[in-house]
Structure formats: structure tokens, C-alpha cells
Design a protein around this ligand. Structure first.
Ligand SMILES: [Zn+2]
Length: 553
């Protein structure tokens, strides 16, 4: 999921479309604040590699106030005396402590620049602690418009969750706020008013009753994690445990519903989780976080792919809030949030895009994972119908790839159009076992890594033996889809691609009525259609699997 329009609902698509139409004429401009936030190449950020965070944060829920500190452990990548971390400017920065002494710092927008008393030498491991407090942004409509969400459950218990993808984790804790550098592990200590529980990522290490009437929950994540995935969920939670025997052995399953939803959770998670794990391990390889377990945590908001602690708010029902985003009926047979958000454990959490502009690596693959889940239970045709059906949600309003270096994601088309693109790639590769090897290979090759656009596309090119770069570029970097044009010229039946990308040459399945499909590889200049007897009256293009325009002159 992401900040705007990620998990598009029909309603949301309408809202987003209207908003974008209004903005349509204006060219987007970026500010110094956007660069400070979005740059992944700034020396003040690349000079240090985050190894570990320890968040120790107290939630005073009545006052919507938090306070605490975060320990940064890092390895110096270069010699440096100054670095940048990030903390929303509305939060008070109390002090930065290094070896028992306070460090001088300056703040600019949501960035903080700290100067050390001496050069930190390349290769050295070091640490500092940031003390802070304040009233973080209250989420207006989590998870899209995020921050901290304050609610009460039906019994009147306080119910609080964090959701900050896109917006950034620095909305509630000091951190190096970009996706390229993940902490290798993290300890998350959340103190909550007595009687409530906190459920965060990873495994619960310890619960401590504090003298001030608060209870501290220490959760440890032993595997690399994106900072936006780090979560606090505070409420009157119950706990259900189960296990799954998967590709890497025994995987612990822990469900944290509100106390009065235990029976519903047992039924809904019982019906969805193991079939989902079976499907995704088959297609993508082992669940990427056996060490930290698999968890679902009930939230007021719809859902979020928090690593080893997926936020769940789909009301224990099937579909996307009981709706089918594909219009085919296939989307009503399973719990969209369990399947989609868990799909992100492979694409998003295991493999993370370095720059937010490449959110398609998270969302296109995860959208596509929904059809593979369907295929694993109801067969390939059902999965293909689902992909085709999701075209309902495509806008072709702007490119799927956003703007690099300024924390700007692209079009919400990264969901359905991205899913359709990946299904076309499968159709072009025309070898389902090879395709499965590629999907598993991506998760193995880039295991627990952050990646670029080129790394993903090049890997698929190498493994498939096909140059699919023009296809990816057309669908991800341009807003228009390509059109296959047919024309009779000088007595010859010809075709070509009309596309934005130079050298666009996507292989496409074409047949004459009643015949068998053949792969043509048209180029952007007219060339004869090499199918015996093909004319403008009998030509048929596979527009079920190919999301393209067709023009027959
Ligand atoms: Zn998603």
C-alpha cells in the first residue's frame, strides 16, 4: 500500500482522477524540501549505512503526544563529520547525544544535520541517540493520508496505529528517511497506558510494567526492514497462534485481533492465510522472514504491508471491503487485504525499491500476485480473467514511474496496469515454468535488498533471454499504451507499432479467424504480416492478454 490511491477503491479512483484532472495543466515543481527528503545520493546520507535502530517511544494517547529516543547504529561509508537524518519539523528535537555529549545540529524543513566533534572514519562502526517529543501528524485517512491514527474500539478501548508509507517514518520517529538503506535489525520498544497492548514487527521479547503506570513492549526484528514498515499498534488485543509447514520449515503464525473479534479472526485468517502462503511460496519462493514469523494485526485502517506484522482492517470479510476490483467475481472469493498486503512480504519488504519513484516494484508485482493466488486455487483461466478485469481501474493519466530523487511516486496505474504488464511479460515469455523461476529468482537474487528499475528489468531480460526493456519502458515510463496498426499497402497486409519508446518491438499474439495464435514481432515501421492469408477482415489480436490498442485501417 502507499500514500495516495495505492490500494485503489473504485471510489478512490474517482477522487484521485478528479484531483489529477484539476492539477492536469500545472507542471509539477519540486522544492529543496523534496530533495532533502527524496535524495538517495546526497553525501550526507550515503556517508553512513544504518545497521540498527532502537526506538524507545512512549505514547500518551490522551494527549496524542509521544516522547522518547532512537539509537542509530551505523557503519561509516566514507570519512565524514556531518550527516543528515530526518524528523518532521513539527516534532521537538531535544538533543542528539554522542559518547555522552550533546552534538550541535541544525534543522531545515524535515531534515536534521548533525556535526560530530571529529572525523568519523570510513569503515568504523559508531552510534548516536536522538531524543525527541511532540504531537505527530494525526492521520486524516490512513493508510493513504497517514501519520498516527487514533480511534476507540466498539468497547471503548483506545485503539492507535501508525501508517506512514510515502509520507515517511520521520513523521513519528527520527530516522534516515529513504528506502535505499534498511536497518539490518531493529528493537522497537513501545510504552503504552496500562491495560493496553502494543503489537509491532518481529517477535515480542519482553513486557515490562513501568513505575509511571505504563507498560513497555519490546519487539525485535532480526531481518532487514524498511523504516516505513516499523509500526506501533496499540489496543485491547487478543492473541491467536498457529504454524505453517512451508519451504523453509516451520513458520509461526500470530494473529492479533481485537479481543472481541477472536472467533471472526480464527475463521477468516484460517481460511485465507495458509492457501496464500502456499500459493506465494510456490510462485515467489520461501516466505522471506521465517526468523521473525508471519503476523496479522487488526487495525482501524484498511491495511498496510508492515513487515512481519501486516496491518489488517478488512472487517474479516472477502473482497476489497466486500468489493471486487476486477468486476469478474473472482475477487470476492478471498480476503483482499490478507492476500495483497502479504504479497508485499516478497515484493516491497524482501525486495524494496531504492527510490519511491519505483514503487511499481512493490505494487505492480503485488497486484499481479493476486492473480497468481487465484490461479493457484481456481486455475489459470480464472487468474487471467482477474488480471483482464482489473483494467477497469486503469487511468493512463501519467507514467507509473514517478520522479527520482524527490520522494515522488508515479500513477496509481502501478496497480492494475502494472499487473497487466507483468501478465503480458508472462505471455511473451510463453513458458510458465520459466516465468515462475524468474519470479522466484528475483526473490532469491535480491533477497533482503533494495533495488533499482534497471536491476529488475535487466534480471528479467537475462533470465528470459529476451530484451524486454522497450516493453517495460513503454508501460512504466510513458502514460500511453502502444497501438498495433494494420494497413494494406501496395497490396501487402502490413503492421507496425505506434509507441513512444524508440525501437518498441513487443512480440504479440495474432491469428486469423479460426486459426491458431502466432507470435509476431512488429517494429515501429510497417512490415508485412507473416501469416498466410491474413487480411484486415480476418485478423485477430490477443487483446485479452495484451493491454494494447489495435487500429485496422
Ligand atoms: Zn500494495
Amino acid at each position: 500500500m502507499k500514500q495516495t490511491g495505492l490500494l485503489f477503491s473504485i471510489l478512490l479512483v474517482l477522487i484521485v482522477t478528479t484531483a489529477k484532472a484539476q492539477l492536469g495543466a500545472k507542471k509539477e515543481t519540486f522544492t529543496r524540501a523534496d530533495t532533502l527528503r527524496g535524495s538517495i545520493t546526497s553525501p550526507l546520507r550515503t556517508c553512513y549505512d544504518i545497521n540498527y535502530y532502537h526506538l524507545d517511544v512512549k505514547f500518551d494517547i490522551d494527549n496524542k503526544f509521544i516522547s522518547g529516543n532512537v539509537l542509530f547504529k551505523f557503519t561509516a561509508e566514507t570519512d565524514f563529520t556531518k550527516l543528515q537524518f530526518d524528523l518532521f519539523s513539527n516534532l521537538k528535537l531535544e538533543k542528539v547525544v554522542y559518547k555522552g555529549k550533546e552534538l550541535p545540529y541544525t534543522r531545515e524543513f524535515n531534515a536534521v544535520f548533525v556535526t560530530f566533534p571529529q572525523t568519523i572514519s570510513k569503515g568504523s562502526k559508531d552510534q548516536f541517540t536522538v531524543y525527541y517529543s511532540g504531537n505527530p501528524v494525526v492521520a486524516k485517512r490512513a493508510p493513504w493520508d497517514g501519520g498516527i491514527e487514533y480511534n476507540v474500539d466498539s468497547l471503548g478501548h483506545k485503539w492507535v496505529s501508525t501508517a506512514c508509507q510515502g509520507m515517511g517514518a520521520s513523521v513519528w520517529w527520527p530516522t534516515k528517511d529513504q528506502q535505499a538503506d534498511e536497518a539490518d535489525s531493529a528493537l522497537i520498544s513501545i510504552s503504552v497506558p496500562k491495560g493496553l497492548k502494543d503489537v509491532s514487527n518481529g517477535r515480542l521479547r519482553k513486557v515490562t510494567q513501568l513505575k509511571d503506570g505504563y507498560t513497555r513492549f519490546d519487539w525485535f526484528v532480526s531481518q532487514p526492514i524498511n523504516n516505513y514498515n516499523i509500526e506501533a499498534n496499540i489496543g485491547d488485543y487478543a492473541h491467536i497462534t498457529d504454524t505453517y509447514m512451508g519451504e523453509k520449515g516451520k513458520l509461526t503464525l500470530d494473529y492479533w485481533p481485537l479481543s472481541y473479534n477472536v472467533a471472526k479472526a480464527k475463521k477468516q485468517f484460517g481460511a485465507n492465510v495458509k492457501p496464500m502462503l502456499k500459493a506465494f511460496e510456490h510462485w515467489f519462493g520461501p516466505y522471506p522472514f521465517y526468523e521473525d514469523g508471519y503476523k496479522l494485526i487488526e487495525t482501524h485502517h484498511l491495511g498496510m504491508e508492515h513487515q512481519s506484522g501486516v496491518a489488517y482492517g478488512n472487517h474479516y470479510g472477502n473482497g476489497y471491503l466486500a468489493r471486487d476490483l476486477s468486476g469478474t467475481g473472482h475477487g470476492l472469493k478471498w480476503d483482499f487485504i490478507v492476500v495483497h498486503e502479504s504479497g508485499h512480504e516478497w515484493f516491497g519488504n524482501n525486495i524494496t525499491s531504492k527510490d519511491l519513484a519505483d514503487m511499481w516494484i512493490h505494487e505492480s508485482f503485488t497486484n499481479y500476485s493476486e492473480s497468481l493466488f487465484i490461479e493457484s486455487i481456481w486455475g489459470k483461466q480464472a487468474g487471467q480473467e482477474y488480471v483482464h478485469g482489473t483494467r477497469l481501474g486503469i487511468q493512463n493519466d501519467e507514467p507509473i514511474v514517478g520522479t527520482y530523487g524527490v520522494n515522488k511516486e508515479g500513477s496509481g496505474d502501478m496497480y492494475p496496469k502494472g499487473g497487466n504488464l507483468l501478465n503480458m511479460i508472462r505471455t511473451i515469455i510463453n513458458d510458465d515454468e520459466k516465468w515462475r523461476e524468474i519470479l522466484r529468482g528475483l526473490n532469491k537474487t535480491f533477497y533482503h535488498q533494495t533495488v533499482t528499475y534497471e536491476q529488475i528489468v535487466n534480471y528479467i531480460n537475462q533470465q528470459s533471454g529476451k530484451n524486454l526493456t522497450p516493453v517495460f519502458d513503454q508501460y512504466l515510463k510513458c502514460k500511453n499504451i502502444p497501438t498495433l496498426e494494420f494497413m494494406t499497402l501496395g497490396g501487402k497486409f502490413m503492421c507496425r507499432w505506434i509507441a513512444d519508446v524508440q525501437g518498441f518491438n513487443m512480440p504479440v499474439k495474432v491469428k486469423i479467424k479460426g486459426g491458431e495464435y502466432k507470435y509476431l514481432t512488429p517494429k515501429t515501421r510497417f512490415a508485412p504480416v507473416n501469416i498466410e492469408g491474413a487480411t484486415k477482415d480476418n485478423i485477430e489480436v490477443d487483446t485479452f492478454n495484451y493491454y494494447i490498442g489495435v487500429l485496422i485501417d
